[in-house]
Ligand binder design. Sequence first.
Ligand code: DLL
Length: 434
Amino acid sequence: MPIWNRDAECASNEARQALQLARLQTTVERVYARVPFYREKLDRAGANPDSITCLKDIAKLPFTVKDELRQTYPYGLLACDRSELVEIHTSSGTTGTPVVGAYTEADLDLWADVMARTLSMAGCVKGDTVQNGYGYGMFTGGLGVHHGARRIGANILPISSGNTRRQLMVMRDFGATHLTCTPSYSLFLAESALAEGIDLAELPLRAGCFGAEPWSENMRVEIEAKLGISAHDIYGLTELIGPGVAAECECKNGQHFNEDYFYPEIIDPLTGAVLPDGEKGELVITSLQREGTPLLRYRTRDITFLMREPCACGRTTVRIHRLLGRTDDLMIIRGVNCFPSQIENVLMRIEGTQPHYQIVIDRGATHLDEIEVQVEVEEAIFSDLTSGMESLRKRIHDELKSELGISAHIKLVEPRSIPRSEGKAKRIIDRRSI
Ligand code: DLL
């Protein structure tokens, strides 16, 4: 597989750390001089640009949290003149005021570079055809992939999200080689292709870059089998740049983190203490070269760990493990902590279930938490009204219980009855009013 930016992706530790330190110092100087919010925050923490003399000094800087991004909406964290801006993206804002990412020309250049690295990891080269099924608009998915594919010189089908029949027609007629969309939507496309009588295995589609929502290793197996492609996990968030923070190479053993532009740390979400490599915790990211909206030690709420063992692909960048959950998605059911990803993992390894499910949490008459897992089952099982359904239900119940220690009500539902999403799938419905 091609390595897009060998100098950056295969640098020696010493060279990379020297670059990171220089860029960190410039970023702290930049926000101290230009962003009153950061100047006050750093002053309060007793830190300033002179505090950074080695990479470890990053621990002297205070964390930035999502609420602060909301409080400073829309331009409060801007570290450049507004006339220098060329693009602005925001999160959807479904859970509050949106967060903003603002890009200068240099930021877009950086974005194109990291997204070219991302697509290259999925084998995309000049002359390939990228069907870009991430939403174009304020969401970063569509334009992020677009900038990277342009940089590579690939042919872009900017179809955006949704419109499933048209997606399939475009995929077939224009010979897409790469697909970019959410992992749940890729499965919906596969399911729809089957219904339309389109054999995806006969199309030139080779690989896909999937992210923007949690998915499991077992879901990868499903996607690869149903679409006949190599499926790569890609990670990013609006606050830092969008997609392009980290991505999986052909080894699919963690996502290579673009450390020359983004500095990762893992912390204990309760105490804020920095954890050693290999320990699970909350991912904290500092942007090292953003001009528009640089961030210091941003708490992502995403849970993962750092992997520093060498990777067979030759890249030397640190990797993050597939995301394990979010600090705010943690479900506490009758005192037991569990993440939706753990439930997905159990479901996906049981034959007969489909990768479409929803988790409903409620409080019953007894005021105790009750959890219902609704999962689609294969047509053949659903029409078998006798023992097949019951034994499958029992098996899911028992495996969830032994894995997570919680007893869930399992509801097997008809194929295609759980709402499909064109973007991020909604997996949890929490009806508890606490
Ligand atoms: O989802 C950016 C993106 C677009 C990433 C396209 C990948 C592909 P936001 O809408 O700001 O940005 O959501 C960011 O989505 O903090 C994670 O919780 C989650 N997320 C993103 N990628 C993954 C992934 C985009 N590969 C939030 N696995 C992040 C699990 C992911 N969760």
